[in-house]
Design a protein around this ligand. Structure first.
Ligand SMILES: Cc1cc2nc3c(=O)[nH]c(=O)nc-3n(C[C@H](O)[C@H](O)[C@H](O)COP(=O)(O)OP(=O)(O)OC[C@H]3O[C@@H](n4cnc5c(N)ncnc54)[C@H](O)[C@@H]3O)c2cc1C
Length: 413
């Protein structure tokens, strides 16, 4: 049996990789529709969540989720080579993405990195199998870009902590069981130094979750009110007052997840669908529409290749660090331009259509939904700042609150 060059963490042989690939291919063919054959929705609803959870359990049980995670905490204990094979093959299929993006892309990795053995045993196996879903609970009404300015507080009580405060924009929290949250535990030190990370139970009666409706008519995120929530100290992640480092580590996982997860788009703003829309509008011979379609194709190739490159770097064990923001910036900027092109091609059909009911047609939904990508995961301006300061080494923005104890920082609320 000949050995193949292996990627980090993998002790696979050529034969074992071939066998893994054949099993993955057979599983996908049998259990998952191809992406082009179904409408892939980014929108969660109770029905979508239930169906995707079932599919994700099958994927896990067949050995294709949490591929590189340690076996003792519910992972498959395989290497990056198997992960890469699964990633490449599954990109063509409608495997759950949004459902597990935060659980698997951010919360699982941070528990794996900083969690205690007890936390890993308690939470990770169910999380990887999607028996439980996790939310990322950072943003507040007055602390989005400046998350370190958060005001939700957790105070020490016997056996744990008492949490009070308000969070907002928490994606899919209405369907989640747990959340990874950051709260202020020490207001007497500068803002980055007095924050601690916890796992909270979103089904606790002390937690109220209110879905927020957006322009597409959907409810993708929530506001969360926390009123005297008791958290056992065993659900604290990492050290007391070191939650900012934990949050940065978690956001780094998010950037890696966003940067490497791009797959060829089959959505309404993809080259394929925009070309169909142009044909339907009789614009295929129109020079401006043709030039715009070429632009779409080039942008699509660019973001896809960037994602491939970043995936390969991660798989080769190269730290992406702040460079992960480049992929997020590229995707969000492309989305901005794609929306302009979409409105040129689709014209009035974006705002008026035939047919019963008020449900938006896919093009209208894509158009109204696109702006959220300029904000989610850190706004375009914030990503520009990260790339400028931390990738290009430009001078840092001036800061008015550096070194000032949190309780002395002037704020409006
Ligand atoms: C679809 C979606 C899903 C989300 N999911 C989650 C989630 O699951 N969990 C979670 O915790 N949060 C989530 N968020 C929240 C998201 O992280 C915040 O919306 C984002 O960080 C911006 O914060 P903000 O909305 O408070 O805007 P603000 O921070 O108030 O920003 C307002 C404007 O000011 C600009 N600005 C702010 N600071 C600077 C600066 N220093 N330099 C230049 N410009 C600046 C911003 O770019 C923006 O244009 C989600 C958001 C969206 C849209």
């Amino acid at each position: 049996m000949s050995e193949v060059p292996t990627l980090s963490g993998s002790d696979a042989t050529a034969a074992s990789l071939r066998e893994f690939e054949a099993r993955a291919r057979a599983f996908l063919e049998e259990h998952v529709p191809r992406r082009g054959d179904v409408v892939v929705t980014d929108t969660m609803s109770a029905e979508v969540v239930a169906a995707e959870q079932e599919l994700q359990k099958k994927i896990y049980d067949a050995g294709f989720a949490a591929i590189t995670q340690p076996k003792e905490h519910g992972g498959q204990g395989l290497g990056e080579a198997e992960s890469m094979i699964w990633g490449t093959l599954s990109a063509e299929y409608a495997v759950p993405r949004m459902l597990i993006a935060i659980s698997h892309g951010m919360c699982g990795p941070i528990i794996n990195l900083l969690g205690t053995p007890e936390q890993k045993a308690k939470y990770l196996p169910d999380l990887w199998r999607a028996d439980t879903l996790f939310a990322q609970i950072f943003s507040e009404p007055g602390a989005g870009s400046d998350v370190a300015g958060l005001q939700t507080r957790a105070e020490r009580v016997d056996g744990g902590w008492l949490m009070n405060g308000q969070k907002v924009w928490t994606s899919n929290a209405q369907y989640c069981d747990y959340g990874v949250i950051v709260a202020r535990t020490n207001p007497d030190v500068p803002k980055h130094q007095g924050i601690t990370m916890f796992i909270i139970n979103l089904r606790d009666p002390a937690v109220t979750i209110r879905p927020l409706r957006v322009a597409t008519g959907e409810r993708p995120f929530n506001e969360i009110f926390i009123d005297n929530l008791f958290i056992p100290d065993s659900d604290r992640i990492g050290e007391v007052d070191r939650g900012w480092d934990a949050a940065v580590a978690m956001l780094r996982f998010e950037r890696i997840s966003i940067g490497t997860s791009s797959t060829k788009s089959t959505g309404p703003q993809s080259f394929e669908k925009l070309a169909e829309a142009a044909e339907a509008a009789g614009l295929l011979q129109d020079p401006a529409a043709r030039a715009a379609l070429v632009e779409v194709y080039v942008m699509e190739q660019g973001t896809d290749l960037l994602a491939v490159r970043m995936r390969e770097e991660v798989e080769a064990g190269i730290e992406l660090g702040p460079r992960g923001s480049i992929a997020k910036l590229a995707g969000a900027s492309a989305n901005f331009r794609l929306n302009e092109i979409l409105s040129d091609i689709a014209g009035l059909s974006l705002v008026s259509w035939d047919g019963p009911g008020m449900a938006y047609p896919p093009l209208t939904k894509a158009f109204t939904g696109a702006p959220s990508s300029w904000t989610a995961g850190g706004t375009i301006e914030i990503q520009l700042g990260i790339v400028g300061e931390r990738v290009l080494g430009l001078e840092k923005d001036p800061s008015v609150d550096r070194g000032v104890p949190f309780r002395d920082i002037r704020r409006s609320a």
